[in-house]
Design a protein around this ligand. Structure first.
Ligand SMILES: NC(=O)c1ccc[n+]([C@@H]2O[C@H](COP(=O)([O-])OP(=O)(O)OC[C@H]3O[C@@H](n4cnc5c(N)ncnc54)[C@H](O)[C@@H]3O)[C@@H](O)[C@H]2O)c1
Length: 338
């Protein structure tokens, strides 16, 4: 049984690949290694998986890992490639897919809408077509807490209405859920959408708050605190996310409903100022704070109701924010002082 993980050079995809190969699964990783953020970080993640930069730079050729040998291979490819993607599915005999490749980021979608349609809609459709024509057993795909948009009921439940997205990023993720529903219904494909809530941890994304704050504090620069600090997030540690995704992708799909959507979060809302304090404590240094107004497209508060995931997969996130932040800071210090 081969699992295709798209977005394998990305933050969550890299960690998921590590977990899957460690547990003995055969994995094909795919990523186009775009330059939305520092590509060196993406190449470094792949190096951890035994894929050299020299190989990872080449498009549409599959390379085996020097560490995990037959268990892990990588191909640089665009999801939008309507010729190459179907060929990859045929050649590799993919039986399960975890789609983590996407144009992420709420703020970036305001200035760069096209890239969200290319990757998250056109690329995603291409993937659905490949699942359809290759009898893929299970498609697990990344959605986002941002689909809750203007929802005010706390905590956010998958039973709440998500018809009010306030960024194109959120609209693209909601579209993914709708498209999955159609393909599950028409072609009997088992699909599971996961609404991730602010994922953080080692090898994390340079465009997200934890990285931006840590980097600014380390370099003696001020941090931008939006909405004057009146924000709350359900920060979820990467290992808890990966454990949840792992349980779902390795489960036997025939026991489940064909179409499912879950929240995957820490089940707890943390004040932004407390999160900043955890970073300051981990770094042993105070941040100079620039208090700023709310940004368009952003929401004040997120909080995941994960009852369904606990019930169906015994999902139990257990990383406290101060512990998780410390692990990120330790990684940041070792990675950037090498
Ligand atoms: N990190 C979070 O807090 C968070 C929260 C909600 C949702 N998500 C979703 O989870 C998924 C993974 O997020 P992440 O934080 O690892 O992001 P990431 O940007 O680190 O990883 C995504 C990867 O996908 C690749 N990619 C993008 N478009 C592609 C395309 N068209 N073809 C092939 N590869 C492509 C990128 O190069 C990148 O390496 C994304 O779908 C994201 O929207 C993440």
């Amino acid at each position: 049984m081969k699992i295709l993980v798209t977005g394998a050079a990305g933050f969550i995809g890299y960690h998921l690949c590590e977990k899957l190969v460690k547990e003995g699964h055969e994995v094909v990783g795919l990523d186009n290694i775009n330059d939305y953020y520092d590509v060196n970080l993406k190449f470094s993640r792949l190096e951890q998986l035994g894929i050299s930069r020299e190989n990872a730079e080449i498009f549409k050729e599959t390379f085996h890992s020097s560490i995990h040998k037959q268990k892990f291979s990588f191909v640089r490819m665009n999801l939008e490639d309507r010729d190459a993607l179907p060929q990859l599915f045929k050649k590799e005999k993919i039986s399960k897919v975890c789609n983590l490749a996407a144009q992420a980021g709420v703020r970036y979608s305001i200035e760069n809408p096209e890239t969200y349609i290319d990757s998250n809609i056109v690329g995603y459709l291409n993937l659905l077509e490949c699942c359809r024509h290759n009898k893929v057993e299970h498609l697990v795909y990344a959605s986002s807490s941002s689909v809750y948009g203007l929802n005010e009921k706390i905590p956010f439940s998958t039973h709440d209405s998500v018809d009010h997205p306030i960024s194109l990023y959120a609209a693209s993720k909601k579209s993914n859920e709708l498209m999955a529903h159609t393909y599950s219904h028409l072609f009997n494909i088992t699909t599971t959408g996961l609404r991730f809530f602010t994922v953080y941890g080692p090898w994390g994304r340079p465009d997200m708050a934890l990285f931006l704050f840590t980097d600014a504090i380390a370099n003696g620069k001020p941090i931008k605190v939006f909405n004057h600090g009146k924000m709350e997030r359900d920060f979820t540690y990467i290992d808890d996310i990966v454990e949840g995704v792992y349980r779902i992708i390795t489960s036997s799909p025939d026991k489940r409903d064909k179409y499912k959507v879950y929240n995957i979060g820490n089940n707890n809302s943390v004040k932004l100022m407390d999160f900043i304090e955890a970073i300051e404590n981990s770094m042993g240094k105070r941040a100079e704070k620039n208090m700023m107004p709310m940004q368009p497209g952003d929401v004040e508060r997120t909080w995941a109701d994960v009852t369904d995931l606990i019930k169906d997969y015994n999902y139990r996130p257990n990383t406290q924010v101060n512990k998780g932040v410390q692990k990120f800071v330790d990684w940041y210090n070792s990675y950037y002082t090498k």
